[in-house]
Write a protein that binds this ligand. Structure first.
Ligand SMILES: [Zn+2]
Length: 160
């Protein structure tokens, strides 16, 4: 993946870690990028392969985002979730989108979580614990997901 990003959001926000990643000021293990959206590995994955998909433009929550951009965002989510499922040999996939602190939104830049899940990863019915991952680990997972994404039928790839 080209480490350089195409565009800079006109609404970039100082101090937003995701905007810093979009601007290339902060490292991330990038899986997918186009003019409007980017997907990179969560640094504190619930399971290996935990991916985030977000608009490059800074909107705090889904409610600030233009509704016509929400559909395209979720088109990428479905495509990338299929790649995560294949790459991580997941038994299931959680897709999560948190709005506001009360909903456990940590970074105030709208994003969608794609989380691979396994038959016995939550014996007590709770989410598996998050743990910090090294950039090397994240890059390895990103590489596997990119390979799986490339192998998906082209009909499932998002159109620009
Ligand atoms: Zn931001």
């Amino acid at each position: 993946m080209d480490p350089h990003f195409y565009g800079v959001s006109p609404r970039e926000t100082e101090g937003c870690i995701f905007c810093e990643i979009v601007r290339g000021e902060e490292k991330a293990a990038v899986v997918y990028e186009d003019v409007s959206f980017v997907a990179f590995m969560d640094r504190n994955p619930i399971n290996e392969g935990h991916l985030l998909v977000l608009p490059k433009t800074h909107y705090e929550t889904l409610f600030e985002m233009p509704v016509e951009d929400v559909g395209p965002l979720f088109t990428k989510v479905v495509y990338l979730a299929a790649a995560v499922r294949e790459a991580m040999k997941a038994d299931g996939i959680n897709i999560g989108q948190n709005n506001g602190r009360a909903a456990h939104q940590i970074v105030p830049h709208v994003h969608v979580h794609i989380i691979p899940r396994y038959q016995n990863d939550s014996p007590e019915g709770r989410w598996p614990s998050r743990r910090p991952a090294s950039l090397e680990e994240l890059e390895a997972a990103a590489g596997r997901i990119r390979t799986s994404a490339e192998a998906l039928p082209t009909s499932s790839a998002p159109r620009e």
